[in-house]
Design a protein around this ligand. Structure first.
Ligand code: HEM
Length: 333
């Protein structure tokens, strides 16, 4: 019965939540208005022809579509902005290199990639040659039977380093929410249980593969028949992985897809050449519109709040700010 619950019912529910959740998040992001041009830039933006730009400037302050794509690729595969991680101390007017975070992040993410690619052997028949080859290359043989997968241990090390950072560094501890710890603990539980299964309490891998192959083609009866024969250690790992799948779309882990929709990264910095129109103020039939401005006899309005509504929504907070001698005045339009 445990096998049927955690081997068939729970994973199906988890995959359904994952797919629906990811689609929901993507549709929501794709439909969100981007009112401002906000690429984060660090380099020389495109300007007069005699102002030279290096290759770094092109990725820091992309102007064309291709430069923006290049920046995104470097961001996704190299975590380029994290490679600039520097800590500033305003009081001492000094800075400190904090790029070890980049190293920890790369260690975790690339290990995860390798582990997941290797896991495809449970889902694919025949197993693709490059998966076999990859497993062969990173297998550390001779000390332990079965051979030790380096990425399987490196992922645990990477997760511990990322977690210890949040525990021992006071600033990071202050900034960390319970959900930040939770994601790391969940991933640690999955990876540690996977390693325990590989090296200590072995599961019947042929049965695992048969279960997964049947689940994938919705051969529920056959999957349920196999499920009960598999060892409990597998179900600990599998239930945790199912939980991760269901939790993923609603958690910070969704940054994996969110990076593609991030305006600070996916917008070219061509503000001076092309006017960015706030979609809240735009009317597709008229190219340049600004709230309150009258163009060709038509005044365009947007969904902005007026001061009285805004004040009634945030009366307490605004009064509190005013008590500290700050002037609270409506914006002049
Ligand atoms: C559909 C979900 C999953 C299934 C069916 C599954 C299955 C398994 C099995 C059967 C093993 C033992 C392999 C062996 O003895 O060689 C294992 C190991 C392992 N699993 Fe998973 N797993 C799943 C998801 C995950 C996820 C999401 C992660 C990472 C976040 C993960 C990380 C690991 C690690 C680190 C090991 C140790 C051995 C290695 O490096 O391959 N697993 N998994």
């Amino acid at each position: 019965m445990i096998g049927v619950i955690f081997g068939v019912i729970v994973p199906y529910i988890a995959v359904a939540i994952f797919v629906a959740g990811v689609v929901y998040r993507f549709v929501n992001w794709a439909n969100s208005a981007v009112p401002l041009k906000i690429p984060t830039t660090g380099g020389q933006q495109k300007s007069f022809p005699f102002i030279k730009r290096t290759i770094y400037d092109r990725f820091d302050s992309p102007y064309t579509w291709w430069e923006t794509v290049g920046r995104m690729i470097l961001e996704i595969f190299m975590f380029r902005s994290l490679l600039k991680n520097t800590r500033y101390y305003l009081d001492r007017a000094s800075q400190k290199d904090a790029r070890w975070l980049w190293l920890f992040a790369i260690l975790f993410h690339y290990s995860l990639l390798l582990v997941l690619i290797r896991h495809s052997r449970f889902f694919l028949q025949p197993v693709p040659e490059f998966v076999e080859m990859l497993s062969e290359i990173e297998a550390f043989k001779g000390v332990f039977i079965p051979s030790v997968y380096i990425s399987g241990l490196a992922i645990v090390a990477g997760l511990f380093l990322l977690w210890l950072r949040r525990i021992f560094l006071s600033r990071e501890r202050t900034l960390s929410l319970p959900s930040d710890h939770f994601a790391l603990i969940l991933l640690l539980a999955i990876t540690i249980s996977g390693n325990i299964m590989r090296y200590f309490f072995k599961a019947d891998l042929a049965a695992v593969k048969e279960l997964l192959m049947n689940l994938m083609v919705f051969n529920v009866g056959k999957a349920a028949a196999i499920a009960d024969s598999i060892e409990p250690i597998f179900y600990i790992h599998f239930a945790l992985a199912s939980f991760l799948l269901a939790y993923f779309p609603f958690s910070k882990l969704m940054h994996a897809g969110g990076v593609l929709f991030t305006p600070t990264r996916n917008m070219p910095n061509d503000n001076r050449a092309k006017r960015h129109i706030n979609p809240w103020d735009s009317d597709p039939s008229v190219p340049i519109l600004t709230k309150g401005i009258t163009v060709s006899g038509m005044t365009f309005t947007s969904k902005k709040l007026d001061w009285d509504t805004y004040y009634s929504m945030y009366t307490d907070q605004l009064d509190e700010i005013a008590e500290s001698d700050y002037k609270i005045v409506p914006e002049e339009l």
